[in-house]
Design a protein around this ligand. Structure first.
Ligand code: ZN
Ligand code: ZN
Length: 70
């Protein structure tokens, strides 16, 4: 598999969108595994830091409502 951006051999795949990226274009960002509401009513996130990110897609910071899928 080759880099989405430059075509060089890819070192990994973006956790968010699945694009392949080479070592020059790979980035990292925290990945939120789950959101939950604590007893104090504050929304908390279970996150993994430094997952592979392509730098092109735009992960949304919050879950997106999808009422049309219900
Ligand atoms: Zn590249
Ligand atoms: Zn991506």
């Amino acid at each position: 598999m080759n880099c989405f951006e430059c075509g060089a051999p890819a070192v990994g795949v973006c956790r968010f969108c699945g694009r392949a990226v080479c070592k020059n274009h790979v980035q990292t960002m925290p990945y939120i595994v789950a959101l939950y509401q604590g007893r104090d009513g504050v929304t908390k996130a279970v996150a993994v830091s430094d997952v592979l990110y392509c730098g092109f897609c735009r992960p949304q910071p919050r879950p997106v409502p999808m009422p049309e899928l219900v």
